[in-house]
Design a protein around this ligand. Sequence first.
Ligand code: GAR
Length: 197
Amino acid sequence: MTKKVAILISGGGSNMVKLVESMVGDHPARPVLVGSNDPQAGGLKKAAEMGVPTFAVDHRPFKGDREGFEAELNAKLEAADPDIICLAGFMRVLTESFVRKWEGRMLNIHPSLLPKYKGLHTHQRALEAGDKEAGCTVHMVTPALDDGPILGQARVPVQPDDTPETLAARVLVQEHRLYPAVLERFAQGKTDPVYLD
Ligand code: GAR
């Protein structure tokens, strides 16, 4: 059975584009929905241009009422009945109750070599620590932030003259390889981690 994939974004959606582009031919999954907490997210237009249905639930009118925001988000997702949800640059922290609803079916990409640098400003923190390598991780989403079982990682060297921006750009190239590779494996039922060079 072909798996249905929903993708949640907050910004430009370059990872989302790579995921959608990957789900063709004999791939075991297809994109059914792209959603955002920001109605202005650039990725929504890109998804629509690729023929994927989109929605936005703006978090701002909820003024910190995370349960209220997530109830609307959840209703949109349930209507599409996805087998897999990919968080791809989705910048809202989700409550335990929301995560539990989708646990085992929700993946996230994070721009660090977890368990290093959970949360924000990962590239700046890697540079400040003097790390010689950086990278990205795809993991299962569990209630604790950036903490679930690792499904894949890709590494890049840190260059002596790197800034957070140049390092982020190098890591993003790897994100675009890693997330489609992990999603395809996950849709085939494989959860052992994959490590890309
Ligand atoms: C990506 O680098 C992703 O790893 C990061 O946001 C960027 C989104 O870019 N996600 C996080 O920081 C999650 N905490 P994109 O919109 O171009 O895919």
